[in-house]
Design a protein around this ligand. Structure first.
Ligand SMILES: Nc1nc2c(ncn2[C@@H]2O[C@H](COP(=O)(O)OP(=O)(O)OP(=O)(O)O)[C@@H](O)[C@H]2O)c(=O)[nH]1
Length: 347
């Protein structure tokens, strides 16, 4: 799947991935036989192996022996909870200890259930199935909350979060960061002349085209609203961002989506590009408290980046459309001045 693409509807139809962890091969065999009908099984005989398998491919469910030589199940669970990529994976403890203290400890660490040995296959299957159904429902809700229903790309909430995170990472680590804002030209006319259904199809095509351009795993394509899209490009400097903006326009032109109401007769877009990198005035200075402070849940830095990309987009519209305009973020300009620039340009 391409980077940033959140359309994972087909994943619901994939078999679940279950990891069985136990140092006793007999237990693994019994569990494996019982759970084979529920999905694709993998096995680990110790904690390190279990964590390696989890990191290679994140499972939907882990059945974990609490007591193993070396790393215990409790330690495995603690490590998983500390890793953002694994923290959400449901873990069911399987142990020969039925003492309440063990159960309490496992549940307190974040295990979702507790199964005591000797194993009764029907109970294990029923409990595993319940956890897999829950996980599937949560995954589906999370997808709904993070994707744009029409185009399948990330929604604005996800963009805001990613921009905020990447801005802080950029300022802390001295990595360049770029943001593209794209707005389809004369889209109202397109809707008026071709109909809203075709308008929707056009939005889907543009989203897919953007996905084709932004292919790094950390790139993020999002629908910003209406006929406006954003592409977040971590670790991308001015030259990279301008190259990508050119690719975006070229690809869109190559799609040749007919637009009967414009002179060019094909759908085009305007792009605003904002980059913060080593050539940005104020780059070397440590990020101030002021910059990290939040307005309406977003850091001031994210707002600065959005505002600069928006100004560049506005300029691209004003000066003819079907083009990309680049602006480098100037960290020395006070944020209130940045936020009001477009207003001033209008008046
Ligand atoms: N079909 C469809 N249209 C949408 C959707 N969201 C927003 N629009 C339309 O997008 C159009 C945006 O129009 P404007 O903001 O005037 O911009 P424009 O016509 O593209 O003009 P410029 O941006 O100046 O080139 C409006 O007609 C909206 O109704 C959507 O999900 N589907």
């Amino acid at each position: 799947m391409k980077a940033g693409m959140f359309d994972m509807r087909f994943l619901d139809t994939l078999p679940a991935s279950i990891l069985l962890v136990d140092d006793d091969p007999i237990v693994i065999q019994v569990l494996g036989k019982a759970l084979a009908e529920l999905g694709r099984l993998r096995f680990a005989m110790n904690g390190e192996q279990a964590l390696n398998l989890c990191r290679q491919s994140v499972p939907d469910l882990v059945l974990l022996d609490a007591e193993m030589p070396g790393m215990s199940g409790f330690e495995v669970l603690q490590t998983m909870k500390a890793d953002p990529a694994l923290a959400h994976v449901p873990v069911v403890f399987v142990t020969s200890h039925s003492q309440q203290a063990m159960e309490e400890r496992g549940l307190a660490l974040g295990a979702v259930d507790f199964i005591a040995k000797p194993i009764r296959p029907a109970i294990v299957v029923a409990r595993a199935r319940t956890q897999l159904r829950l996980k599937q429902a949560i995954d589906r809700l999370q997808r709904l909350a993070s994707t744009d229903g029409l185009t399948g790309v990330a929604n604005r909430r996800i963009l805001d979060e990613a921009l905020d995170r990447e801005w802080r990472r950029s300022r802390r680590g001295g990595h360049p960061l770029s943001l593209l804002m794209l707005d389809i030209d004369h889209f109202k006319l397109y809707n008026d002349s071709c109909g809203h259904l075709m308008g929707d199809r056009c939005l889907v095509a543009v989203a897919q085209s953007l996905q084709g351009c932004a292919r790094r795993p950390s790139d993020l394509v999002a629908r910003y609203g209406g006929e406006e899209f954003a592409v977040l490009l971590p670790d991308t400097d001015a030259a990279g961002a301008q190259y990508l903006a050119g690719q975006v326009l070229e690809r869109l032109h190559a799609l040749a989506i007919e637009h009967p109401a414009t002179v060019s007769k094909v759908v085009s877009a305007s792009v605003g590009v904002a980059t913060v990198d080593a050539d940005s005035p104020g780059w070397g200075q440590p990020s101030s408290e002021e910059e990290i402070a939040e307005i309406a849940g977003m850091s001031r830095g994210s707002l600065r980046m959005l505002a600069v990309a928006d100004q560049a987009l506005y300029q691209a519209k004003l000066t003819g459309r079907n083009q990309a305009v680049f602006r480098r973020v100037d960290l020395t300009i006070p944020l209130p001045d940045v936020l009001t620039t477009r207003v001033r340009a209008l008046t």
